[in-house]
Each structure stands twice: as structure tokens, then as C-alpha cells.
Write a protein that binds this ligand. Structure first.
Ligand SMILES: Cc1cc2nc3c(=O)[nH]c(=O)nc-3n(C[C@H](O)[C@H](O)[C@H](O)COP(=O)(O)OP(=O)(O)OC[C@H]3O[C@@H](n4cnc5c(N)ncnc54)[C@H](O)[C@@H]3O)c2cc1C
Length: 392
């Protein structure tokens, strides 16, 4: 468009008015053909973005609104497994009971817990051993009667996300999720709307009245908007984390926590119904970053203590994982930087707003944010009332 604009300018100088008119019409047609105008753009189709869209689908004032979730990937399986805390279940149940019950059905119950050193020595305190045994026996008995209960449930991140996506499409149609769309530019100069540019199958420009940034820890919205803190919002925890899923290795309901005296910790637990086991390993930060999953695996092996035989459960889980993911642990700088965005029509939610240590509460906070935005929409009398910047 800017190239065409420059051409218009050059031709205008030479007085070729007909060419100017035709070129201007071309520009207009081009803009109309490529720009999509919507009310609410949700950036990121992770648990937060999808639950937020689901929450908005319940608000009367948004029934005729144009809402879309833009997700960079294709929703193919990725990530590892998570457990959703009690607060998370309350929030997602309040957002949509049906989605909560379908997510619950994807969870593997954890019926036993143990603590070990990385080389497999038991660290479970003696009094706890008996209690753990009794609790696990109780869960086994319940299972005989068809009741699948546990201390908690674990789900693959992919199952959580695809269940939410399925439910959202049921409520708002297939087009509500635009996959394969990567946010590449944000222009917030207009007072009435924010212009977003996406790459993907084709370049697309979207004009939105409200933008909800649910695009994770390294939020593209936060990095692309001038004046925002970008990744300065993040505090480096000086830890690397590796994760994976071993589809053919089952821990039979057991979750094992590992630690050593050199700042390493680990976890192996059921991945989700029929999905084998999931594991994570945290160690002092490894320099640089892995270029691909094979390099991630090599870097993780190098970060393990030398000269010991790794606990058999952890070893089987690692070796049974086709892919190893590597991240650096970062958290939000909770003391500096405002919670609101400097652009009034934009709000950060989920990990984009408050990345945490992996304490098992990240998804809960994402669902609570979704519920809160849904409540704001439910309180608004009209679409216009919801789309005013003051709401955010
Ligand atoms: C090691 C580890 C263990 C964890 N364990 C747990 C646990 O047990 N329980 C728990 O509750 N939480 C856990 N978490 C945290 C949890 O995964 C997150 O809090 C949760 O996924 C946040 O959801 P979200 O939707 O805000 O962000 P994300 O899940 O990060 O989703 C963001 C989405 O935005 C998309 N996106 C990114 N950039 C763009 C772009 N430019 N354009 C379009 N789309 C984009 C991404 O593809 C992604 O789908 C853990 C995290 C880690 C690192």
C-alpha cells in the first residue's frame, strides 16, 4: 500500500490525474480486500485466549460481535503436561461447565506420590511412606468400583487447549479461531481502533476495537507496541527447564519428585488419559539455547550430574520421549512496570501478564483472567460499552 501511495504521489506531481484516480481506487480496493474489521481480537490460542473467547461467548452484549482468536500454530500436539489447581477448576467451571467437564475427562488421576534423589534413593519421609501407601490403596479400591479418583489430575497442555478450541467452535463457529496467523505488527495510533498485521497463509491486516493479548510469556503484543517494556518485564530465574512426553511409558498413577543438592529438580507424572508419562527437569541455566529438539536433549544430558546412574523411572521417561523441549525459566518482574498497557484498547492476560515459576498455578490464573473479562462483558449494557478503553 505504501508503495502504491508513493506512486500516486509521483504521478500527481506530473499532473496525470486519471492515473492518480485509478491508483487511488486500487489502493482503496486493496485495503478493503485485505483489511478485516472486528470488535475483539484475541492474540494467542493457548488456554487463556481460548477460555477468554469462551467467556465472551456467554455475554449478551457480544452475541452479534465479531470476535476472533489469532494463533500462530496449527493446533498440532505440542508442549508437555500440566495439573490444574482448585482455583483453576473453579474458574473454568464458571466460564463454561461443559468445557470444564470435557477437560476433566482428559486427565489422569495421580494416586501416589514419592520423593527421590536423581539417582533413585528414596527421600520420602518415613511417616509419609505409610500414609502414601494407604492413600494409594484407597484410590485402587475406588477404581475397582469404577471411580477414577486421585490426589490431582494431570492433562497434556494440548488436550486442554484442543478441548477448549472444540468447545469454542461449537459456540461461535469454526471461523472464531484463525490458526496459522502470527502477529507481526501493531499500530495503535488511532484513538478508535488498533491495527494488527498477521503473517501466515497470506498477509492480513485486522482492525480491532479491543485487543486481548493472551500470547504467552514473551508476548508479541508487548514486544511490538512502542513504549511497552517488551521482555524487560521478565526476570531471568537463571534456570533451564527441559520437558517431554513419553507416550508408551506409564507411571501407573505415580508422580515422583526429584531433587539433588546442586540446584537440580525433576518430576515424572502421568501425562493424561492414554498419553503415557510427562517429565520435567530443571537445572542451573545452560548457556545459549537449543536450536532443535535433538540439541535440547544433548544439552539436558550435559546438565545432568555426571558419574551417577539416573533413577530408572526418570531415565525411561526421558528416553521414551520423541521430543525434548527446552526453555529458560523467567517470571514477571512483580515490583516494576504497570499492569495496564500504555495503549488503552489493549490488555494483557494469562502468561502475557504474569508469567510465574512452574508452581502449578499458571493455567489457573489464565482461567481466572478469562472469567474476569467475561464478567466485565456480562456487566456491559452494549457492545460499545464493553469496547470502551476504560473497561480494560
Ligand atoms: C515447566 C513448566 C511447567 C508448568 N506446569 C504447570 C502446571 O502444572 N500447571 C499449570 O497450571 N501451569 C503450568 N505451567 C504454566 C502454564 O503452562 C501457563 O501458565 C499457561 O499455559 C498459560 O496460558 P496462556 O494461554 O496465557 O499462555 P500460553 O500457554 O503460552 O499460550 C500462548 C499462545 O499464544 C500463541 N502465540 C505466541 N505468539 C504469538 C503470535 N505472535 N501470534 C499469534 N499467536 C501467538 C502461542 O502459540 C500459544 O498458543 C507450567 C509452565 C512451565 C514452563
Amino acid at each position: 500500500v505504501s508503495e502504491r501511495g508513493a506512486a500516486v504521489h509521483r504521478r500527481a506531481k506530473h499532473g496525470d490525474e486519471i492515473t492518480v484516480l485509478v491508483t487511488q481506487m486500487c489502493v482503496l480496493v486493496h485495503i478493503l480486500a485485505t483489511a478485516t474489521v472486528i470488535d475483539v481480537a484475541i492474540i494467542g490460542g493457548g488456554p487463556c485466549g481460548l477460555a477468554t473467547a469462551l467467556a465472551l461467548s456467554k455475554a449478551t452484549c457480544l452475541h452479534n460481535a465479531k470476535v476472533a482468536v489469532y494463533e500462530t500454530d496449527s493446533f498440532a500436539p505440542k508442549g508437555a503436561s500440566i495439573q490444574i489447581s482448585k482455583a483453576g477448576w473453579s474458574a473454568i467451571t464458571a466460564v463454561d461447565r461443559e468445557a470444564a467437564s470435557r477437560i476433566r475427562a482428559t486427565g489422569s488421576p495421580v494416586t501416589r506420590v514419592s520423593f527421590r534423589s536423581l539417582d533413585g534413593k528414596s527421600l520420602t519421609p518415613k511417616p509419609l511412606t505409610l500414609l502414601v501407601l494407604l492413600v494409594s490403596l484407597a484410590f485402587r479400591m475406588l477404581r475397582l468400583f469404577g471411580v477414577r479418583r486421585g490426589i490431582t489430575r494431570t492433562h497434556t497442555w494440548h488436550d486442554v487447549r484442543s478441548t477448549l478450541a472444540e468447545r469454542l467452535r461449537e459456540r461461535w463457529g469454526a471461523d472464531v479461531i484463525q490458526s496459522g496467523r502470527t502477529l507481526t505488527a501493531v499500530d495503535a495510533q488511532s484513538a478508535d481502533a488498533v491495527e494488527l498485521r498477521f503473517s501466515g497463509r497470506e498477509e492480513e491486516t485486522v482492525t480491532a476495537r479491543v485487543v486481548l493479548a493472551c500470547d504467552g510469556t514473551r508476548s508479541a503484543v508487548r514486544r511490538l507496541l512502542p513504549g511497552e517494556p517488551g521482555d524487560d518485564l521478565l526476570v531471568n530465574e537463571e534456570r533451564s527447564v527441559w520437558r517431554g512426553i513419553a507416550p508408551a511409558f506409564s507411571t501407573r498413577g505415580e508422580a515422583t519428585f526429584y531433587k539433588d543438592g546442586a540446584g537440580r529438580s525433576g518430576l515424572v507424572f502421568p501425562a493424561g488419559v492414554g498419553q503415557g508419562s510427562s517429565w520435567s527437569l530443571i537445572a542451573p541455566a545452560a548457556e545459549g539455547r537449543a536450536a532443535d529438539p535433538d540439541e535440547a536433549r544433548r544439552r539436558m544430558e550435559a546438565a545432568l550430574p555426571h558419574g551417577i546412574q539416573l533413577d530408572a523411572t526418570l531415565r525411561k521417561a526421558i528416553d521414551g520421549s520423541p521430543t525434548v523441549l527446552e526453555h529458560k525459566l523467567v517470571v514477571r518482574d512483580f515490583d516494576n512496570h504497570p499492569w495496564t498497557c500504555s495503549v488503552p484498547r489493549v490488555a494483557y492476560l494469562g502468561d502475557a501478564a504474569h508469567p510465574l515459576r512452574p508452581t502449578g498455578e499458571g493455567t489457573a490464573l489464565a482461567f481466572e483472567d478469562a472469567l474476569t473479562v467475561g464478567m466485565l462483558a456480562a456487566q456491559a449494557d452494549s457492545l460499545d460499552a464493553f469496547c470502551v478503553p476504560a473497561t480494560l
